[in-house]
Write a protein that binds this ligand. Structure first.
Ligand SMILES: Cc1cc2nc3c(=O)[nH]c(=O)nc-3n(C[C@H](O)[C@H](O)[C@H](O)COP(=O)(O)OP(=O)(O)OC[C@H]3O[C@@H](n4cnc5c(N)ncnc54)[C@H](O)[C@@H]3O)c2cc1C
Length: 472
């Protein structure tokens, strides 16, 4: 029996399970997960971020749909929203307000994180080859520095439990931000894994609200920070299922939002533009304020390890975590699982070098996300003593230029969305047409305020009466 063991039942783990089973390279897949997933509350211990805004980019949604055909339709049927880009997004970037250009086929999906995971989990577990073992956590890998041959797992919460060994032809670490892969590998003799960390000390504070009557499906509203001006505060509001909106406030170290409900709307009103505070000020909150602080960028360069062991792969946040405000982690997880499927389908689970191939293929979307996530963060992290590399500084200046041009060029907005939605590789931005447009600059003057429809303007509280706005 060729078995794959997947560590963790988050998005990367669920999609990796499907990828392994559907590739035909294994006969059985066992997912090991500490949490009891029958209990579908947003508060599950292993997924503290589930109470915060989760935007799924088109590239990630389509990778998931390739692995689980029809999953996008199922998300939407369960209450998720499809938001056309850039027409259904109102965003103030550091370079100014983005225009709402005509739809070009780009989109993103908004829903609560528990909904996104539940729909995928239900679908993945219809496959009789995939088994979910809950209440257990992986504590070590079995094997040697050449081959991983299984995992050691024990009770997640109970003490005094005898550890069990589970042998496997393939082990996938999808245990997220808390992944102990580098320690587990070091125990087998695989050391020297390079790592880069850029942490701005960003704090997230999120809360759900009842959507106003007739406003269940609104655009994504986003007021971003402006690192060069020293403003590290931002916020986003998105519609989710069940007639609710979720709002997340973010602030770097020294500018953090608090968990005090009385601070929530005032924080949003005090951003670079009061739009989000104005949207929220008269709404009925449906939850407490949840705060998370573990949000830094952290990249492990597994694909560069010269003696990478056979039959072991890491995916999703286990490879890299990104500042969440750019909404890329889920898509990187899905694209990584798709890379796993392609390599297993082509080479099988036991061919020499296949684990390394997967790691290299998964690194492509990780790199793209890293460039975008760190482009702004380097300005803060420099202030916090972490020196940006020369390459990071160049990438940051280039992305900032493209973003400025995108405020006044439909072509550039589309090219940038190709990459930020993770549908096209970052090299798309190096095409001659993009470089020419970047040199030419924006074709239209900057907007002086958000482009809002009359219906959207009515959602703002009375304090917005004087807000300048361009027509949409
Ligand atoms: C505040 C915040 C907001 C975010 N917003 C967005 C967003 O808008 N869009 C987006 O794309 N991404 C967002 N992200 C990132 C996103 O949450 C992650 O990228 C995504 O969850 C990664 O999926 P994963 O499966 O790799 O890890 P996770 O989803 O974290 O899943 C890991 C799983 O592994 C389990 N596990 C842990 N340890 C063990 C063990 N020893 N043995 C077995 N199982 C284990 C956990 O219980 C969990 O179920 C956000 C992150 C944060 C922190």
């Amino acid at each position: 029996m060729r078995r794959a063991v997947i560590i963790g039942a988050g998005m990367a783990g669920l999609l990796a399970a499907r990828a392994a089973a559907a590739s035909g390279a294994v006969d059985e897949v066992v997912i090991i997960e500490p949490d009891d997933l029958a209990d579908d509350t947003p508060a599950r211990t292993g997924l503290p971020q589930a109470r915060h805004t989760h935007i799924l980019m088109a590239g990630g949604a389509e990778a998931a749909d390739e692995l689980l055909p029809g999953i996008i339709r199922r998300w939407l049927d369960a209450g998720a929203h499809r938001q056309e880009l850039t027409s259904h997004m109102v965003a103030l970037s550091p370079e100014g307000w983005y225009r709402r250009w005509k739809p070009t086929g780009h989109y993103l999906i908004t829903a609560s994180r528990p909904l996104l995971d539940r729909v995928v989990r239900e679908q993945v577990l219809t496959d009789s080859r995939i088994r979910l073992l809950t209440g257990r956590k992986v504590t070590a890998l079995l094997g040697s520095s050449h081959h991983v041959t299984g995992v050691v797992h024990s009770a997640a919460r109970a003490r005094g439990d005898e550890p069990h060994h589970l042998h496997a032809a393939l082990v996938v670490d999808a245990s997220g931000r808390a992944s102990r892969a580098t320690t587990w590998l070091a125990d087998l003799g695989v050391t020297g894994i390079a790592q880069r960390q850029l942490d701005t000390g960003l704090t997230y504070a999120s809360r759900t609200f009842r959507a106003p009557a007739g406003a269940r499906h609104v655009p994504v509203f986003n007021v971003m920070a402006d690192p060069l001006a020293g403003n590290g505060r931002s916020a986003v509001v998105t519609p989710i299922e069940n007639g609710q909106w979720i709002a997340s406030l973010c602030g770097i170290k020294g500018s953090e939002p608090t968990r005090d409900p009385a601070d929530f709307v005032p924080f949003a009103l005090g951003l670079r533009h009061p739009l989000i505070g104005q949207l929220l000020q008269d709404l009925e909150p449906l939850s407490d304020v949840t705060v998370s602080r573990n949000t830094g960028n952290r990249r492990r360069y597994f694909e560069k390890v010269s003696n990478w062991p056979e039959r072991f792969v890491a995916l999703g946040d286990a490879i890299a975590t990104f500042t969440p405000v750019y909404g890329q982690g889920l898509s990187v997880a899905a694209l990584g699982a798709l890379a796993l499927h392609r390599e297993l389908h082509r080479h099988g689970s036991t061919a020499a070098g296949v684990a390394r191939r997967v790691q290299r293929a998964a690194a492509v979307s990780v790199d793209a996300a890293w460039i975008l996530a760190t482009a702004q963060d380097i300005h803060y992290t420099a202030a916090h003593g972490q020196k940006p590399t020369r390459q990071e500084r160049l990438q940051s200046a280039f992305t900032s230029r493209l973003s400025r041009v995108a405020t006044g060029s439909a072509f550039m907005a589309d090219a940038l969305t190709d990459v930020t939605s993770m549908r096209r590789p970052a090299t798309r931005l190096l095409s001659p047409a993009v470089l020419y447009a970047a040199a030419a600059g924006p074709l239209l003057k900057p907007l002086q305020g958000p482009q809002l429809t009359p219906a959207e303007r009515r959602l703002l509280g009375p304090r917005n009466a004087a807000t300048p706005a361009a027509s949409s």
